[in-house]
Design a protein around this ligand. Sequence first.
Ligand code: FAD
Length: 298
Amino acid sequence: MSEIAPSQPRLPNISFEFFPPKTEEMERSLWETITRLAPLSPNFVSVTYGAGGSTRERTHSTITRILNETALVPAAHLTCVNAPKQDVDDVVAQYHQVGVRHIVALRGDPTTGIGTPYVAHAEGYQTSADLVASIKNRYPDIDVTVSAYPEKHPESPDFDADIDVLKAKVDAGATRAITQVFFDNDLYFRYLDRVRARGIDIPILPGIMPMHNFKQARNFVTRAGTTVPSWLDEKFDGLDDDAETRKLVAATVAAGQVQKLAKHGVTDFHFYTMNRADLVFAISHLLGFRPNGAQKAA
Ligand code: FAD
């Protein structure tokens, strides 16, 4: 009697986000991180674009180095802030020329600070959907990813208006969205229901942030509109001066979040690495990832 081999559960897709380093020391540290995470074979790695385009050159050189020195697929973030269309188009053209085929297209935050009204550059792209359309019209071979907000963007009057913006970006050619950080999985699933009900069927990758430095990360994500639940505050309570325990707690919290999402059928995860490998490596390990393709089913 022949035996049917049990089908292996599929591993999820993972991707990692980095920010462009400011100093030589940060550059060395980023490359140690990339060297540690690359053997996990992420689907892509993205590099952010500093507020107001302030890292234009550094984002470009980080992306180029990833292209030249690794087998990773880089995705370059790009915003419309504070720049005429021509400048933004030049950045896209340079990326395309060096072989980049994935851009994370964003509007960006107001140069006057989060929470102040956004004013588009008079000769610039007026919305993120305009930027997506322009990239796709000129370079159909560039894959465009956009942002999504499970708690709605702070500027959105309501979820309908927020999802209108996502719909416009998808209609303009975006094929994937990455969410803002969230800690309550129910928020993600409720958002997903709303998005699917609007007929948007692209993958919506949950953006997962292991909170290495809770206090600092808490300030940062709160400003961007993410709710930090009281149970999360309690988990880090009393650990301000205990980095070692904080790290273990951060790994446990993020691993728990990811494993619950996976159990409910989520197949793609995007990690905000903060340019550090340790926690993201451990969480990927728990998902079943092993270096150099020696994968285990999760
Ligand atoms: P959009 O998706 O275009 O819009 C967000 C919301 O703003 C909409 O839902 C809507 O409510 C409102 N809105 C926008 N346009 C209009 C309009 N014309 N009329 C009415 N309401 C409007 N920032 C950086 O500077 N660099 C980065 O590299 C970067 N990477 C990011 C990656 C991800 C995955 C995410 C989630 C965010 C990132 N950001 C980055 C932050 C982002 O720039 C800010 O959240 C910014 O405020 C919105 O940009 P967006 O592309 O998400 O906006």
